[in-house]
Design a protein around this ligand. Structure first.
Ligand code: SAH
Ligand code: SF4
Length: 402
């Protein structure tokens, strides 16, 4: 990747707090060791210890001198969020309930499927985008997760499967940023974490097996090219703006045509030009599941390289929507297939442990009303856009200390 993300928050020289090495990207780890007068290979060594060997105790890092280890104890830490509960479903799905600083909880879900094991990772506590069919959205927004809390979810899952160490079988083969939150609203922490997932010294997951899912934060999507090369999924859910405005409020700010154009620019920026955009379409009974919706969707996506993933709506207590009927689902899929699209159905997994799409709720305290939420969301997106237009190179070298 040609550019690097700016190193955020907190001047290490001014802060008494220890630097948490858990969430540092390679560039930030190198900058950290440079600030200690150490060479860059130390960054590779520590990245390998943490993310390849699963070692978070400086004393166990045997290729690092005693003097440096003792210095690290003074100025740094390797801190993970705490697992409150691990739930195993009868179908092999595993859900982690994880406590993060401030008392909230987030959820991470592992879904095995033959040779493939997909980890569904959260990026925020709650979500401000307030999609009408999403349990996370219904909770409102609390805060962004730090990079340590995002990559920490992968670390925790890898540890639970005994995946660390040399020549261990790879259980987590895929990661999808489809847990709680809107990943593009937590831009730099998500980019750094995804790059750690793919890094050879870390989890070594292929760029074709890490997917960022977004409801359409266009300025952030426009910034993504050059910073990472993960796969892209767009949460579309409707074939026209009128319906999408109702389901996905951010559509009022960035309508479908603008979003799809941005997604295409990102895909076109990737060096391997065979990649398709995944279109996620949650089917809600009699709302967006009619044959005319399928035909309209086919028209909309006609000239765009996509594969379509149909997700039956998973009901939860706070909304009146219902799951699509099996008939309507089959019909919808058939229309798209006949129109020449690859259209798959996402099967519901982990039902018995509330681990299905849109059911991830954790615990968030936000009692804001919906109209206020739209304003808050809009302001959050504007602030992010302003932040992203700053030149990354002008940012001072600072470290995340949480
Ligand atoms: N914020 C991002 C990623 C998290 S949501 C996004 O919206 O893309 C991950 C996926 O789950 C999205 O496609 C979302 O629309 C879908 N989803 C949310 N609630 C759902 C529900 N109740 N039933 C089925 N899918 C749901
Ligand atoms: Fe946020 Fe995604 Fe849920 Fe919408 S679907 S509220 S963007 S988590």
């Amino acid at each position: 990747m040609s550019e690097t993300t700016p190193v955020q928050q907190q001047d290490v020289s001014a802060a008494p707090a220890k630097v948490n090495l858990m969430g540092l990207s390679e560039e930030k780890m190198i900058a950290f060791f440079a600030s200690l007068g150490e060479k860059s290979f130390r960054a590779s060594q520590v990245l390998k210890w943490i993310h390849q060997m699963g070692v978070i105790d400086f004393d166990a890092m045997t290729n690092i001198s005693k003097a440096l280890r003792s210095r690290l104890q003074d100025v740094a830490e390797i801190r993970l969020p705490e697992v409150i509960e691990q739930l195993d479903s009868s179908d092999g799905t595993r859900k982690f309930l994880i406590r993060v600083d401030g008392g909230s909880a987030i959820e991470t879900v592992f879904i095995p499927d033959g040779e493939r094991g997909t980890l569904c990772v959260s990026s925020q506590i709650g979500c401000s985008l307030d999609c009408s069919f999403c349990a996370t959205g219904k909770q409102g927004f609390n805060r962004d997760l730090t990079a340590a809390e995002i990559i920490g979810q992968v670390w925790i899952a890898a540890k639970s499967f005994g995946q660390f160490g040399e020549r261990r079988p790879r259980i987590i083969t895929n990661v999808v940023m489809m847990g709680m939150g809107e990943p593009l609203l937590n831009f730099y922490n998500v980019v750094d974490s995804m790059n750690l997932m793919m890094h050879d010294n870390c989890y070594c997951i292929s760029k074709r097996r890490v997917t960022l899912s977004t409801s359409g934060v266009v300025p952030a999507l426009d910034k993504l090219a050059g910073l990472t090369d993960v796969c892209l999924a767009i949460s579309l859910h409707a074939p026209n703006d009128e319906l999408r405005n109702e389901l996905v409020p951010i559509n009022k700010k960035y309508p479908i045509a603008v979003l799809l154009a941005s997604a295409q620019r990102y895909i076109a920026s990737l060096p391997d030009n065979h990649r398709k955009i995944t279109i996620e379409y949650t089917l809600i009974r009699e709302l967006n599941d009619r044959p005319h919706h399928a035909h309209e969707l086919a028209e909309l996506l006609r000239d765009i390289p996509v594969k379509i993933n149909l997700i039956p709506f998973n009901p939860f207590s706070l909304v009146n929507y219902q799951r699509v009927s099996n008939n309507a689902l089959r019909n919808f899929q058939e229309i798209l297939t006949k129109e020449g699209f690859i259209a798959t159905v996402r099967t519901t997994r982990g039902d018995d442990i509330d681990a299905a799409c849109g059911q991830l709720a954790g615990s968030v305290n936000d009692r804001t009303r919906r109209s206020e939420r739209y304003r808050a969301m809009s302001a959050q997106v504007d602030a992010l856009e302003a932040d992203l237009t700053k030149n990354a190179a002008e940012e001072p070298i600072r470290f995340i200390a949480t």
